[in-house]
Design a protein around this ligand. Sequence first.
Ligand code: 13P
Length: 249
Amino acid sequence: MKKIIANFKMNKTNSQVKEYIMKLLPRFDRDDVELVLCPPATSLSIANFLLDGSLIKLGAQNLSDEEEGKNTGDISGEMLKDCGASYVIVGHSERRTKFRENGKAINKKIKIALKNRLKVIFCIGESLTDKNLQKTQEVLKAQIEDGLKGLYENELDNIIIAYEPVWAIGSGKTPLLKEIESSMKLIRKTVANDFSNKAGEKIEIVYGGSVDNKNCNSISKLKDVNGLLIGGACLDPINFSQLLRDVKA
Ligand code: 13P
């Protein structure tokens, strides 16, 4: 089943999330697509209440790299789970760059998320400089190895790798379909080398970065793409419900 993950980023107050869900719910009727909404943490509880009884899942955008205690401003995995999240995004490029999250912190976050029975949407992706220096392979490999260090193979069942080239996020630019395909293959190969061939075949990988109503169908059709991670194009519920209709299951 294809996964569509909607990352609201730092957008929408509680009342706006409520209005969004009220508009989206009657327009979403696909049972062959798993939809995960990731609103800001402040709206998880209200979203959980409104989504009760629907097939739509809830995800958080980040979690602390500590389990509890003196981390002013942070939110723990346990707290997110308690608010109704079943997924959490880890290692988004905006957090890697702006908040200087490194591989070690991301690895800790992934382990804490799994401990709290949260499925992890683990983001990786090369910057424009990496791409221009033809370092994409090297960078993706290192990000996967750092992030998944010390995990057992069966824990990969609860990890979705989100391939988001940094230069494609919010830019209106996307890689060519064949470039997406080759990155997906590289990701599978890296997981196969680090774990097993079976793990490489089984791992779920979604694509993110300037996905919109025009390209969602062709990207979701790619064989190795198990879904999409969407930012800007998910923010309007009417537009997003149209996009959801165009996704290839
Ligand atoms: P855009 O879809 O706005 O490019 O954002 C992608 C993203 O960062 C989702 O996590």
